[in-house]
Design a protein around this ligand. Structure first.
Ligand SMILES: CC(C)(COP(=O)(O)OP(=O)(O)OC[C@H]1O[C@@H](n2cnc3c(N)ncnc32)[C@H](O)[C@@H]1OP(=O)(O)O)[C@@H](O)C(=O)NCCC(=O)NCCS
Length: 136
């Protein structure tokens, strides 16, 4: 089994979190090797939920930014490959929604997860737009 818990992003062990991003494959699409930037990503997120196994090992994370009242941007959802398909991701999303129940959850899916999100209750939005960062 596992337990999900809301935590302060800045309190996370950066190396432990980076290991999870690698173990989930999400590190292929996040700047995990840029320690300064990755540390800022963890510290700047104001709604972070972790999942840990019975021995306290980090096996999943949902990293979001929320105003707590209207919108929650779920930036990263990652589950260790060894734990995928057991309900950890669904549990992390549930805990994220419960932490800010009035906020709509918004995300951009990774290609491999396009079929996952409708499976757990997300609806596709045809008028979502993004703009690239001004600095690399
Ligand atoms: C996508 C991810 C977070 C899903 O987490 P998970 O813990 O494996 O998913 P769950 O066990 O909660 O899955 C819930 C249901 O979705 C299904 N499912 C899981 N991954 C799926 C996928 N990629 N496509 C379609 N369905 C999927 C499960 O079979 C399960 O079905 P069930 O309810 O019929 O039993 C995880 O696979 C992951 O970390 N992937 C790599 C990183 C990534 O791409 N993250 C998304 C970034 S946007």
């Amino acid at each position: 089994m596992w337990t999900c818990e809301q935590v302060i992003g800045a309190s996370l062990d950066v190396a432990e979190a980076a290991a999870l991003y690698r173990a989930s494959t999400l590190a292929e699409r996040r700047p995990v090797e840029d320690i300064g930037r990755f540390t800022s990503m963890l510290a700047g997120a104001n709604l972070v939920v972790t999942a840990r196994d019975g021995e306290g090992r980090l096996i999943g994370i949902a990293r979001s930014l929320t105003d707590g009242a209207y919108s929650t941007y779920l930036s990263d959802l990652a589950v260790d490959v060894a734990w995928q398909g057991k309900g950890v991701g669904r549990d992390l999303v549930r805990a994220t929604r419960e932490a800010a129940p009035r906020a709509k959850v918004i995300l951009l899916s990774a290609p491999a997860a396009v079929d996952y999100y409708p499976h757990i209750g997300f609806e596709r939005h045809d008028s979502a737009w993004t703009m690239t960062a001004t600095a690399g």
